[in-house]
Design a protein around this ligand. Structure first.
Ligand SMILES: NC(=O)c1ccc[n+]([C@@H]2O[C@H](COP(=O)([O-])OP(=O)(O)OC[C@H]3O[C@@H](n4cnc5c(N)ncnc54)[C@H](O)[C@@H]3O)[C@@H](O)[C@H]2O)c1
Length: 242
């Protein structure tokens, strides 16, 4: 449910959201639009404005050009595209490790780099990256994923430092366990994993994509104008006991 009180909060904003066909990205698109933003969406599949594997060398530049053409400007980036799978350290293949870094880190870097001139020109640009609780902690079977998400948090902080003088804020939302197509196989195959995360969160449930989208919309809004360079936990309180 989208609160009517907040309708129009993002009027005039022009955003790119990646990973928009599914889970958190799809919820972010719905939320930003409900708040009045124009959004250009991207994903490797699905009913989006730009269908491409965003690890392609020129894909993010093309996406920025499309956004500029469609909306006449660009001030907000929410790169949500990401991949994850459990892979024990031993037997972990180079190609898989590299792929996780390409999708979760390098594609985010390229999007931010290629859009930076437009965000600076706007004067109040917003970048909201999607990290994870594994941007701050590790877990078994998640070496590649946690490495990529630690890196996204560090990248976001550095972008905040570099683009802050141009009025651009950059923050990294760190979701806990969210019920999406990404996590569905693990929660289905290992019900005890689902129970673990439900029990770990003081709020006693998994997160829903909307829980993340609402915080992303806040960080994209003028309400968050003096907030930059932070990792923002949205985890039902799960990490309070870490
Ligand atoms: N679900 C969780 O518990 C959770 C927790 C912390 C962080 N996250 C992060 O949130 C983000 C969204 O995850 P989600 O749970 O909604 O997953 P999801 O699988 O539902 O959505 C991810 C989307 O990214 C797209 N994508 C993947 N690789 C791509 C590529 N190379 N080019 C273009 N698009 C690509 C997929 O097609 C998919 O639509 C990810 O960055 C993920 O790491 C998720």
């Amino acid at each position: 449910m989208v609160s009517e009180r907040l309708g129009g909060r993002l009027d005039g904003r022009r955003a790119i959201v990646t990973g928009a066909a599914s889970g958190i990205g799809a919820a972010v698109v719905a939320r930003l639009k409900a708040d009045g933003a124009q959004v250009v969406t991207a994903d490797v599949h699905g009913d989006v404005d730009y269908v491409a594997d965003l690890t392609g060398e020129t894909a993010n530049a093309e996406l920025v050009a499309l956004a500029l053409d469609r909306m006449g400007g660009l001030d907000t980036l929410v790169p949500c595209a990401g991949i994850s799978a459990f892979q024990p350290l031993e037997g972990h293949e180079d190609a898989y490790f590299r792929r996780v870094l390409e999708v979760n880190l390098i594609a985010v870097f390229r999007l931010v780099r290629d859009a930076a001139p437009l965000l600076k020109a706007h004067g109040a640009g917003r970048i909201v990256t999607i990290g994870s609780t594994t941007s701050s902690f590790g877990d078994e079977g998640l070496c590649a994923y946690a490495a990529s998400k630690h890196a996204v948090l560090g990248f976001t902080k550095s972008v905040a430092a570099e683009l802050g003088p141009f009025g651009v804020t950059a923050n990294c939302v760190q979701p806990g366990a969210i019920d999406t197509p990404m996590t569905a196989p693990a929660f289905t195959q290992m019900p005890e994993y689902r129970t673990f995360w439900e029990g770990k969160a003081p709020l006693r449930r998994l997160g829903q994509p909307q829980d993340i989208a609402d915080v992303v919309a806040f960080l994209c809004s003028d309400d968050a104008r003096f907030m930059s360079g932070h990792g923002v936990w949205v985890d039902g309180g799960a990490m309070v006991r870490h």
